[in-house]
Design a protein. Structure first.
Length: 270
């Protein structure tokens, strides 16, 4: 059985016809006998549009493929509340849920960040001011601080991973936000002052948990990077982001969406 994962398709920002993309992706999943396809966030700038896309894709592939999706920070900014994000708003929504495929347990969690990748270069006030004035996530309403929000999600992930191992399953953890500093350090920041962005990309605590719990694989997005998998002890880390190809930002290695999507797709035989 095959599990495929993709992130950061940004269909709206990339000006990709979403109905065309749905049919193209659906046909590819069926032709390649994919059993589970997980969208790891940032499909649209609205939660409701990502939900509708996922529902229609599930209808397109019928029972042959199980579709699941996570919310990235771009979904979190519009048409959804924090409480909804932490609830089971739909069967296809994969946050804080698991799915067993053969001898593997897929664990889904949106994840979040706690500023730890900044490594103390900036004060909390500096980080919060930058977020409030410049960062996309300023529009996301939440009742917790960012470190508190990450702590909630980290406990969810750890409990799900431990339960998977107790059930004798191999575990693949899927997040939107990155848990791996090795990937983050490959981001080519053009100006040193933009290093503060590392604060909002993920959490070292998630990486420590993943490695400590001997998770087989970790797949994330958020970072629009095209990097090979990275092995740390018994865990392999993957980044599944497609990223942007707009007039101002060109992150793709190819010139068309489907070629880029296929090349960035992370696929496991389980």
């Amino acid at each position: 059985m095959k599990v495929a994962i993709s992130s950061d398709n940004h269909l709206d920002l990339n000006k990709v016809d979403w109905q065309w993309a749905l049919e193209q992706q659906g046909e590819y999943l069926l032709d390649n006998k994919i059993s589970v396809y997980i969208i790891a966030g940032d499909l649209f700038n609205r939660f409701d549009k990502t939900l509708e896309f996922s529902r229609q894709l599930q209808e397109f592939v019928d029972e042959k493929v199980q579709i699941r999706f996570l919310a990235g920070n771009h979904e979190m900014g519009t048409a959804v509340t924090y409480d909804e994000l932490e609830s089971s708003v739909d069967d296809l929504y994969f946050h804080n849920k698991v799915l067993d495929v053969g001898g593997t347990r897929l664990v889904g969690n949106n994840g979040w960040y706690d500023y730890s990748f900044d490594q103390g270069r900036h004060t909390i006030k500096e980080t919060q001011r930058f977020k409030r004035e410049f960062w996309y996530d300023r529009r996301i309403q939440q009742p917790l601080t960012d470190p508190e929000r990450l702590a909630v999600n980290l406990e969810q992930m750890k409990a799900a991973v431990e339960a998977g191992h107790q059930a004798g399953q191999k575990v693949i953890l899927v997040n939107h936000f990155s848990p791996e500093e090795t990937f983050i350090n490959q981001i080519p920041f053009k100006e040193p002052r933009l290093d503060i962005l590392k604060s909002f990309l993920g959490s070292q605590a998630v990486s420590d948990m993943i490695v400590g719990e001997k998770v087989q694989a970790s797949v994330s997005g958020h970072l629009h990077l095209h990097v090979p998998p990275y092995q740390k002890n018994e865990t392999t880390f993957y980044n599944a982001s497609v990223g942007y190809r707009t007039r101002r930002v060109k992150e793709w290695f190819s010139h068309d969406f489907m070629t880029e999507w296929k090349s960035r797709l992370v696929v496991f035989d389980v």
